[in-house]
Design a protein around this ligand. Structure first.
Ligand code: FES
Ligand SMILES: [Fe+2]
Length: 426
């Protein structure tokens, strides 16, 4: 458990909060590049770390992220027009460039230098692997955008996407990392296997602090690994990685047949998919999970993964649709089926579990009150993560860079957030 004040400290990320200052020292994804594909195209309103912002691509093709409300009389710039080297407010035509400089104030006298005194809030943006990243910290502390493996590797297939979540970032990070829950929450044919599950020895979990966060390896009873439960992870070991401050990396073996890449009757193949995720706070009660998935072509036998193929409409799980629950008809503990969720990508690895995961994370409340928890031995990982976050608050408030905000690329020029060669070599 955490004291109320400690819980508030690591869950609140608005401007001026201690954890908010930590988050502002890391580049965070704020949109997909495809959402602002066209130079001069329609601006996009976004909310990140409790700040209302407008994202656009100027007519030079550069992404810009500015404060949402015009410095003149606060009209939303999301209704402006992107033209003439910036974004023009629809009310009186003030024009701002991506650095927040005011280039024109058509209603002011021609000789006026008033526009030079205006500095509209702006944050630098960079694009990588299909995501737009922003740095919202103090200008003097801006690190380079890390060349994350899943975003820059050129020897495979990549997919990036996001989906919205109606609860605080931290309980979703913790839910993703939780090594124990798969055996219960994600177990198919629960009534058939529960005696076996409840009698099995305690899950073996090993944890290691790393330069990026925490590495977790857990062992499952092979007898319980069966099609339909824990989709596509036909392995006794499961790996998860926490990377600072809101990241999760999963490495999974994927059946290409299950992914729709092997025609029925054809020989199935297994690929290793790495999925790097950021649970970016929208505000303290909402976050957005960005995903970047990568499959190395050497493990697919050279075949590219066509991520666009199983595209389906996204259905948001929530209390309004009872998280898809069919209590009497579906044999999971919750009655929530697998495959109920459809990410826009149709990425089965996350999609099949999404309704179940979202239910357990959201029903803790908009911000889980960790002063009421009772953590057991199986929750050691969460304690490690919380300590790292608290240490980062300490670092930033004492003028130091927080952990993993300036990662060094390896010999191949990549920043990796996984430490286990065991899976990678397969
Ligand atoms: S409110 Fe934007 S130009 Fe006046
Ligand atoms: Fe899960």
């Amino acid at each position: 458990m955490l004291a109320v004040a400690q819980n508030e400290m690591i869950t609140q990320t608005g401007p001026g909060t201690p954890m908010g200052e930590v988050f502002r020292r890391y580049w965070q994804p704020v949109a997909l590049s495809a959402e602002i594909a066209k130079p001069g195209g329609k601006p996009l309103q976004v909310r990140v770390l409790s700040e209302d912002l407008v994202l656009f691509r100027d007519d030079y093709g550069r992404p810009g992220l500015l404060g949402l409300r015009c410095s003149h009389r606060l009209t939303s710039l999301a209704y402006g027009r992107v033209e003439d080297g910036g974004i023009r407010c629809a009310f009186h035509g003030w024009l701002y460039d991506i650095d927040g400089r005011c280039l024109q104030q058509p209603g002011e006298p021609e000789e006026s230098s008033f526009k030079d005194k205006i500095r509209h809030p702006s944050y630098p943006c960079r694009e990588l692997g299909g995501l737009v990243f922003a740095y919202m910290g103090p200008p003097g502390t801006q690190p380079p955008l890390p060349p994350f493996e899943c975003l820059v590797r050129g020897d495979g297939s990549r997919n990036t996407d996001y989906y919205p979540i109606n609860s605080n970032y931290l309980q979703n990070v913790e839910g993703a990392l939780d090594p124990i829950h798969s055996t219960y929450l994600h177990m198919a044919r629960w009534s058939e296997v529960k005696h076996q599950v409840l009698a099995q020895p305690q899950l073996e979990v090993s944890l290691q602090e790393t330069e990026y966060g925490v590495w977790r390896r857990s062992w499952r009873d092979p007898a319980l690994i069966r099609p339909g439960s824990i989709p596509y992870s036909a392995t006794v070991y499961s790996y998860g990685h926490f990377f600072m401050p809101d990241g999760f990396m999963a490495i999974r073996r994927m059946s290409l047949r299950a992914f729709g890449h092997v025609p029925s009757g054809g020989q199935d193949k297994v690929a290793v998919q790495k999925t790097q995720s950021w649970y970016v706070p929208i505000d303290d009660e909402h976050c957005r999970r960005y995903l970047a998935s990568f499959v190395n072509h050497s493990v697919t036998g050279g075949a590219p993964i066509d991520y666009s193929k199983p595209k389906e409409a996204y259905v948001a799980p929530g209390p309004e649709n009872d998280y898809g629950r069919d209590y009497d008809g579906v044999d999971t503990i919750s009655g929530i089926p697998f495959g109920g969720a459809k990410l826009r990508t149709g990425d089965g690895s996350a999609g099949g579990l999404l309704f179940q995961d979202t239910m357990v994370n959201e029903t803790q409340g908009p911000i889980a009150d960790r002063s009421l928890e009772h953590l057991g031995v199986g929750d050691r990982l969460l304690i490690m993560v919380r300590k790292q976050l608290q240490r980062a608050v300490d670092d930033v408030s004492n003028g130091r860079d927080p952990q993993f905000s300036r990662p060094e690329p390896d010999d191949e020029g990549l920043v990796r957030v996984c430490g286990n060669d065991e899976m990678e070599s397969t």
